[in-house]
Ligand binder design. Sequence first.
Ligand code: ADP
Ligand code: TZD
Length: 566
Amino acid sequence: MSEAEISGDMTDGFHLVVEALKLNGIDTIYGVAGIPITDLLRLAQNEGIRYLGFRHEQSAGNAAAIAGYLTQKPGICMTVSAPGFLNGLVALANATTNCFPMIMISGSSDRAIVDLEQGDYEEMDQLAVARPHCKAAYRVNRPQDIGVGIARAIRAAASGRPGGVYLDLTAEVLGSVLDMETAKKSLVKVVDPAPASPPAPEAVARALDLLASAQRPLAILGKGAAYAQADREIRAFIENTGMPFLPMSMAKGLLPDDHPQSAAAARSFAIGQADVVILAGARLNWLLSHGRAPLWNANTKFVQIDISPTEFDSNRAIAAPVAGDIKSVFAAFNAALKPGQIKRQAAWMDEMGKRKQQNVERMAARLNADPSPMNFSSALRAVRNALATQPDVYIVNEGANTLDFGRNIIDMSLPRHRLDSGTWGVMGIGMGYAVGAAAVTGKPVVAIEGDSAFGFSGMEIETICRYGLPVTTVVFNNNGVYRGDAEGIAYTPTGLLRDARYEKIIEAFGERGYHCTDTPGLTRALTEALASGRPALINAVIDPTAGTESGHIQSLNPKSAVAPKR
Ligand code: ADP
Ligand code: TZD
């Protein structure tokens, strides 16, 4: 029904969705237009919601997910049915895996036809497909349920352990008309979407007692701790107890990397020698070697703080589980901690300091070398030098070597400023995260991308240029997945085009590209790009022999023991 046909006291599904989102403070939608949601997006834009249109739903979904991580409000991604929905599904699943609040809303085809498999346009039982890949999945079948559907989606995404939620809106519901009175009453404003969950006092006491018995305590901070925006509470506890801390990748900057208590430069030593470890918003998954030898000591005892109690004992026995949200838990720790209860362990910190010093000196030699062509260390040093005076820049980072070296070389001094491949080690988050971060923070973003990684979302450079976002993409170009092929041979499964001129991609969209072959040139280009406040792309040419296969996780890469037949 066209707008003109609806009389003043009637409304429809399109309007109700927009009203329900606005009522709940949703101010941005990331998506790709098409049947049946084009009018919904147009209407949302007309009603003052910011709409960011992408070239692929996966990037729109990634932008929504990272917006959710940065703001604690679910990011909204909208897609068309079947293929658009499936394109977005990877991002929805990735958000769920990483515990980011996001809602993917997809239009869907006529249920009567879909359910009898009669061959509708973009036919798919989307609800059933989405369900195993997200925290919750709902379908709205009547226009008067739109308000409740959106309210449930917001609560499911943001409360408890955050995650991805799928909301299915049929084309029929969007076009359905209902009277204004019923419509108004059907809307729900969600009160307190992510209620605090303070810990039990006994759990707090048990944890502090265990820590008080430690001679070599260590705090491991994960992205759940960064997400919780409990920066002050966490810092107070770490500094008052004087214990060393180790940030997981996306928790870098929660306390600054140059903090004297950071154990990052002595990671294996700290993990291997610690007698009591606090895991705060970090799972004991593959990224922490499942808590197993050889990295871990079998006698180490754990305090684990998590909002999801089923996380405890998932890989190792947890002696002191503390169920609750990180902000409330650290507030409770700080309130319950008696002066001197957890003693500063001077011998432990001294030994840590020595190890750090040795490792930093060893790394300095590599970092200060200036080979030609550049390698990962020297190129990242050049990037670091350009970033040195700009702590408020958001860093996006993906690739294998580019990711592993990047995490170690680029220091962070502010919380939630490092956004990367995360729990899955997924490629393709780059441009979506960059757009999402720029959109919600208004701050400059530098995306440090392996050349293979960049390819997964590279067309979103057009999106970045269209909206004039302050995103500089640095492509670490070594002609391949992990590394390039030798000269003169046919392309192998890991090879990419030799000497590709990635900077020309952004020139096609009217913005500045740079081709850099040395470290002073790379620092200069990045400094200039950041100063411009405009989109830019830097093609940083890296030695094709520099990378190692699978970066730092070669041990996870199964290899055939049988010699190839030739
Ligand atoms: P990392 O990859 O940085 O080690 P993970 O993603 O493995 O971190 O772990 C994040 C953990 O944080 C998850 O187990 C999740 O349940 C938890 N979490 C998320 N938000 C909160 C919060 N507000 N309070 C407590 N725990 C949280
Ligand atoms: N596909 C997806 C979605 N995620 C993945 N992680 C991979 C494929 C496999 N993969 C990695 O784990 S890293 C990587 C791929 C394809 C790219 C590495 O090459 P790069 O980075 O050019 O991006 P480096 O720095 O040259 O190693």
